[in-house]
Design a protein around this ligand. Sequence first.
Ligand SMILES: Nc1ncnc2c1ncn2[C@@H]1O[C@H](COP(=O)(O)OP(=O)(O)OP(=O)(O)O)[C@@H](O)[C@H]1O
Ligand SMILES: [Mg+2]
Length: 211
Amino acid sequence: MNAILKHITAVPQSVTPDERARAAGHTGAVIWMSGLSGSGKSTLAMALQRELFRRGMSAYVLDGDNIRSRLNADLGFSAEDRTENLRRVAEVARLFADAGTIVISAFISPSEADRSRAREIVGPAFHDVHISAHLATCEARDVKGLYAKARDGIVREFTGISAPWEPPQTPDLVVDTMGHSLDASLSVLLHYVLRAVEPQDVPALKSVGAR
Ligand SMILES: Nc1ncnc2c1ncn2[C@@H]1O[C@H](COP(=O)(O)OP(=O)(O)OP(=O)(O)O)[C@@H](O)[C@H]1O
Ligand SMILES: [Mg+2]
């Protein structure tokens, strides 16, 4: 424990996660999407968010590029900076999930160690979702032109080309985006998420006078 933490006392929240889930009709959660650049994380994250929002649910996307342009603008793509990037994201995601939101995070998250650390930070609300497409498919898509730049050495430390990619060994869900339409991939994801955020242990509220 560092010297400052010794003098810190956490203040308990005055609203419990169960109370929030009962009010919202769903629990908070962290849908942690990992996958190669171009595998479809941002596309699916935004489509999922829109679908949950349409159903009146609270959802929010934390996307790699957005977070890296502000909160984590001080970090690069070295192994250490990637670890710190994901540690901060996991802490932010934990807060959002505690507040009752379904967090959809879209970060490459290339290392098994960083993903399991994220799971440790978030706890049981964490869902490891692999957005899966072969490197060749992602490179052919080359949505942002980054694969071409990585091959030319203009972009360095690029996952799958010049930086390691460790596919999740035991993900909670694999969404295959090769040879499946966006709608088909979204439907697999949506089905999983709707089940994951069902309030399990929250007793149904009885109306007044009910026996
Ligand atoms: N089934 C599918 N699901 C999602 N995206 C698909 C699917 N099929 C094709 N695509 C296409 O794949 C591309 C995925 O790009 P996207 O920006 O979402 O990737 P990303 O994983 O967020 O990459 P990065 O890590 O660079 O941000 C999009 O052009 C999308 O239209
Ligand atoms: Mg993206």
